[in-house]
Design a protein around this ligand. Structure first.
Ligand SMILES: Cc1ncc(COP(=O)(O)O)c(C=O)c1O
Length: 503
């Protein structure tokens, strides 16, 4: 036991010994590691001993960390236990003053970087004028102005009627409510590997990992799963010579399975909607072939099934276009937006055609904070920054640089372990999956997935990166305005970390 730093009211805590960490990539001298709850830590980690809450003045970083660990619901989980107090551009700063290059952007949220001055100013000004203009009571100015900014960037002019909410999951639920009501049907088709949220409704639509729904059932009924065209893991690739991949076969198979689903499990007359992420996110940063998305659109139109595009993670410039679905020339019936829309302020939304939206009776939609005025002002400022700083171009240029370096440098590093690397994605939504014959051997040596070990080593080297999916995959989602210089620093840290892990 050690004594806290805040006098008699501070909690007791013990240090976890570095030697307890058995991960090969964790150096005991540096004292970094991965705790039982999965969080990466640097230095020595405090235990989860019960604390003597409430505390007096909590200024010590360890005291703050301990409250965070003990008094925030354990179900939240987190990938590091850094206590941060400040962030700017592509960097976050801990209370101890350490600086990390942030390639997570708060999981695709801080699109204009942390605390962009224009977003800060817009929010500050809005706070002085109107904080809350409840949507079931008023039409407020920032929401109307936001709609005016959003309309021209929608994938089609037809998508002209909006409903705003707070989180991505809520917006997905709004889309499902809309589809059920507008069609008078109830079943929903989702893609295998999809992620749509953690609420009671959306966890039934989420199939990326069982962790999100195990033990929380019964799940919402009427959800049917169809394969996503994930070429690397498609059964159609097994007969091909090693190293050969054919997206056309994956597409054919996935379409066949969707058609079978409509014949065997959920009749078109019972099916309200099909929801798909325009780029599979939590499922592994997989880009569906354009032909697949176009065929799905045709099938939906033929059967009167509404096509919902979930652009929560892939939207607002992330892939080099405002919305990832634009890469396929498909227009959805309903589109779901959130995350990057307001650079970190909580706002989400759906858009659809007026004739679909107007079927809902007044009062059936809404919510206390729905389309909050400050969040709307931040969203307008985000869109202005995107135009003024030409962020779509920055996304394309930085993307080319990242893809270039990954392709040139990563594969040769892993070849000696008989591991291949699938580098994929669009714009600044980039996934790297490790696969091949040597994978299990390296997993054994590292006592973790390769992606996890590299993410842990990047953390030691002061850079934040995330893994994704049930496979061995890392994902890169930096801010859309990351500079060329920071992009190069990020790639240098990554390559250094990979070498340190595998050598
Ligand atoms: C594609 C997609 N849909 C929905 C959600 C849920 O959004 P939120 O976490 O804001 O509820 C996410 C979150 O990661 C997402 O990536």
């Amino acid at each position: 036991m050690d004594e806290g730093e805040n006098g008699e009211n501070s909690m007791s805590y013990v240090w976890k010994e570095d030697s307890e960490c058995n991960l090969a990539w964790c150096s005991p001298t540096l004292g970094c590691g991965k705790a039982d709850d999965g969080a990466l830590y640097k230095g020595r980690r405090v235990s989860s001993e019960p604390s003597k809450f409430p505390f007096s003045i909590m200024t010590s970083s360890n005291a703050l960390r301990t409250i965070g660990l003990q008094h925030v619901a354990r179900g939240v989980g987190r990938s590091t236990d850094l206590v941060i107090s400040k962030a700017s551009g592509s960097y976050v700063y801990t209370v101890e003053g350490n600086k990390y290059l942030d390639l997570t952007a708060g999981i695709g949220v801080t699109s204009t970087g942390h605390c962009h001055p224009k977003i800060v100013k817009a929010a500050q000004e809005q706070v002085g004028n109107l904080i809350h203009g409840q949507v079931n009571l008023f039409i407020h100015e920032p929401m109307v102005k936001l709609i005016e900014k959003l309309k021209p960037i929608m994938p089609s002019k037809e998508l002209d009627t909006f409903f705003f909410w707070n989180s991505g999951a809520e917006a997905v639920e709004a889309a499902i409510k809309l589809a059920r009501h507008a069609t008078g049907k109830h079943n929903i088709i989702v893609m295998q590997g999809s992620y749509h949220g953690r609420t009671i409704g959306t966890m039934a639509l989420t199939t990326s990992k069982t962790i999100y729904s195990t033990g929380f059932g019964p799940l919402m009924p009427g959800v049917y799963v169809t394969p996503f065209p994930y070429t690397l893991h498609s059964p159609t690739q097994k007969a091909l010579p090693p190293g050969t991949f054919r997206d056309d076969l994956t597409t054919e198979y996935a379409i066949e399975q969707l058609e079978l689903l409509l014949k065997q499990q959920t009749a078109p007359s019972d099916t309200a909607a099909l929801i798909m992420e325009s780029v599979l996110g939590e499922g592994g940063y997989v880009v569906p072939p354009k032909e697949y998305v176009q065929k799905v659109r045709e099938i939906c139109t033929k059967h009167g099934i509404l096509f919902i595009a979930d652009e929560v993670q892939s939207g607002f410039g992330r892939t080099g276009k405002y919305f990832a679905i634009e890469h396929t020339d498909v227009v959805p019936d309903i589109m779901v937006m959130a995350k990057g829309i307001a650079s970190g302020f909580p706002i989400s939304g759906i858009v659809s055609r007026k004739e679909i939206m107007d079927k809902q009776p007044p009062g059936s939609m809404g919510g206390t904070y729905s389309g909050n005025a400050v969040a709307c002002a931040a969203a307008i400022a985000t869109l202005e920054v995107m135009e003024e700083e030409n962020l779509l171009l920055n996304v394309q240029e930085r993307s080319e640089e990242i893809f270039g370096r990954l392709r040139q440098e990563l594969s040769p590093l892993l070849e000696k372990h008989d591991i291949q690397v699938d580098i994929r994605g669009l714009g600044l939504m980039i996934g790297v999956e490790f696969y091949g014959n040597g994978l299990s051997k390296l997993h054994e040596k590292l006592n973790s997935k390769v992606s996890e070990a590299i993410v842990g080593q990047c953390f030691k080297n002061d850079m934040l990166v995330l893994t994704t999916s049930v496979y061995d995959t890392m994902r890169f989602i930096p801010p859309l305005n990351i500079s060329k210089e920071d992009t190069m620093i990020a790639m240098d840290i990554l390559m250094k970390s990979v070498k340190e892990v595998i050598n």
